[in-house]
Design a protein around this ligand. Structure first.
Ligand SMILES: *[C@@H]1O[C@H](CO)[C@@H](O)[C@H](O)[C@H]1NC(C)=O
Ligand SMILES: *[C@@H]1O[C@H](CO)[C@@H](O)[C@H](O)[C@H]1NC(C)=O
Ligand SMILES: *[C@@H]1O[C@H](CO)[C@@H](O)[C@H](O)[C@H]1NC(C)=O
Length: 224
């Protein structure tokens, strides 16, 4: 059910105003005993392109609305899934896998089924990729990426995530494990650190200049 038909280049790029940063949702998957086995707090934006009735490429960027979205899924030892269903129109599935040798997990699969009103012709869009390598974490830890992150799935489907905090395996109670932060967040941290350090140096220089000036003027008084 993969869609990989080459899309003709858009003749006139539609003037598209982005929908802004999506709101963050809190999604849970429970196992048979009713305990939470997967947690994902995240803001999700869907970016897909499809052909309309005139065979023009339509690029659509849509925010997932948490209050209209339900979550379900499965938790197995080496595989965990999260399905987000928004109304009857959009279904997103995240597949995480755990390597029990290295005790590392990652997001290896993402799929979408969208049935949106502006889709002419087939009236639906679907795409998936099972060989992804995103959101890499270690067993017992949660993965966090506050920064905007783009998960490229196929040429016509990508997902933008913001304020993401996820743990697909080995949850204790309803609490996230220790955090592994993505590189994007660390890069964003470096800028304030550099600015702060520069300011500290500047304050030090001004202070030294002041003290030296004070000493000189003292010395001046003494010679007179
Ligand atoms: C949507 O995807 C297209 C193609 O990858 C990209 O050019 C565009 O910048 C994306 N838009 C957003 C808002 O992410
Ligand atoms: C699991 O991790 C081990 C050690 O890093 C590696 O050799 C092996 O190929 C991995 N298995 C899978 C299925 O990725
Ligand atoms: C699936 O993802 C991989 C890794 O990002 C990429 O190389 C491959 O082209 C994708 N497959 C499809 C059908 O888009």
């Amino acid at each position: 059910d993969s869609v990989s038909t080459p899309v003709p280049p858009p003749t006139t790029p539609p003037p598209h105003k982005g929908p802004g940063i999506p709101p963050q949702g809190e999604y849970r998957v429970k196992n048979e005993n009713g305990t939470v086995c997967l947690k994902a707090n995240m803001a999700v934006q869907i970016n897909i392109s499809f052909s309309d009735a005139q065979n023009l490429t339509v690029r659509n960027v849509v925010n997932l609305k948490p209050n209209e979205t339900t979550s379900s899924g499965t938790c197995d030892k080496e595989r965990a899934t999260l399905t987000l269903q928004s109304g009857l129109k959009t279904e997103l599935t995240f597949v995480f896998s755990l390597n029990t040798t290295s005790n590392k997990y990652h997001l290896n699969g993402l799929s979408i089924l969208a049935i949106w009103p502006d889709m002419k012709g087939k009236k639906r869009f679907s795409a998936h990729n099972d060989s992804l390598d995103y959101l890499r974490g270690s067993l017992g830890f949660s993965y966090m990426c506050q920064s905007a992150q783009t998960l490229e799935v196929s040429p016509d489907f990508s997902l933008n995530t913001y304020l993401l905090h996820v743990q697909p395996f080995d949850l204790t109670g309803d609490a996230f494990g220790s955090v592994l932060e993505c590189l994007l967040d660390e890069d964003n941290l470096i800028i304030p650190i550099v600015v702060g350090a520069a300011l500290a140096v500047l304050v030090l220089i001004v202070l030294l200049a002041y003290l030296i000036g004070k000493k000189r003027s003292h010395a001046g008084y003494q010679t007179i």
